[in-house]
Design a protein around this ligand. Structure first.
Ligand code: ATP
Ligand code: MG
Length: 253
């Protein structure tokens, strides 16, 4: 896939955004996600990889954001930090007022359960496990087993897969498997849906269906952040953020 070229846009801004610049965004008052001088450095065999460098940005509740950039530019790192799958090296990342760098392990697990739905390119479904049980899984982790199956069924209905509840992943198409993964991400009623190249393994027709589903979920009020290499998908998002070498080099809406 080619990298994303900028479509015609108003309000196009190029260059690393500093705190003052992001503070000028109109949605500042309702910012849900706030990154300030956010850095993530991995040390591998004695050498440091600066996966994110001084990222400053704000994302408001209910936004639909596409994250683009070349391979290795820091997109997944950014998503993993928001999803609390990883911790910042320095700077701050605040979500709904909680500084993720300061939360305990338990508080981070609770944050992930309550606020975040994560969707991956490779679906990450459990094999030999029904769609319904795959979707119910996060509720079992949360020890919230009471009406888990009923809630899982509602979530499967929401992605249009109720009639496939008993199917195992191997008996589902790629698009259906990704719908199950989205239903699993939705089962805890998250406020933020993070999707890291969710259509990377899908054909164009299925991609269209999945993107339409994300748009629908965003319409219902969920913040959607989607990493994509595909120009047309990025262009449909209300805002595009581009990373390069761990920095935000473009942010347009
Ligand atoms: N766990 C890790 N340990 C060491 N280095 C890492 C780790 N995760 C990511 N990196 C490095 O951090 C940089 C950013 O990686 P990241 O996965 O965020 O890129 P990406 O933009 O998602 O790329 P792609 O489009 O290929 O998925 C890369 O140089 C990568 O090699
Ligand atoms: Mg990635």
């Amino acid at each position: 896939m080619s990298d994303v070229a900028p479509p015609k846009r108003t309000k196009r801004r190029v260059a690393q955004l500093d705190a003052a610049d992001t503070a000028a965004r109109p949605e500042t008052a309702t910012a849900q996600i706030v990154a300030r001088d956010l850095c993530k450095t991995y040390v591998m065999g004695g050498s440091a990889v600066h996966a994110l460098q001084d990222v400053n940005l704000e994302i408001a509740a209910g936004e639909y954001v596409a994250v683009t950039g070349q391979s290795g530019s820091g997109k997944s790192t950014f998503m993993n930090l928001i999803g609390a799958l990883d911790q910042p090296t320095s700077g701050t990342l605040t979500v709904d007022g909680a500084d993720l760098g300061k939360l305990s392990t338990n508080a981070l697990a609770q944050y992930r359960n309550e606020k975040i739905g994560f969707v991956f390119q490779t679906f990450n479904l459990l094999p030999r496990t029904s769609a319904l049980d795959n979707v119910a899984l996060p509720l079992l982790y949360a020890q919230d087993t009471g009406d888990a199956k009923a809630r899982a069924r509602v979530s499967l209905e929401r992605v249009g897969l109720a009639e496939r509840a008993a199917h195992e992943p191997s008996a589902l198409s790629g698009g259906q498997q990704q719908r199950v993964a989205i239903a699993r991400a939705l089962v805890n009623a998250p406020k933020i849906l993070l999707a890291d190249e969710p259509t990377g393994a899908l054909d164009s027709k299925t991609t269209e269906e999945i993107i339409a589903l994300f748009e629908d979920l965003n319409e219902s009020g969920i913040t959607v952040i989607i990493v994509t290499h595909e120009l047309d998908i990025a262009a449909r998002a209300k805002r595009q953020i581009t990373f390069q070498d761990g920095r935000v080099v473009e942010d347009r809406s």
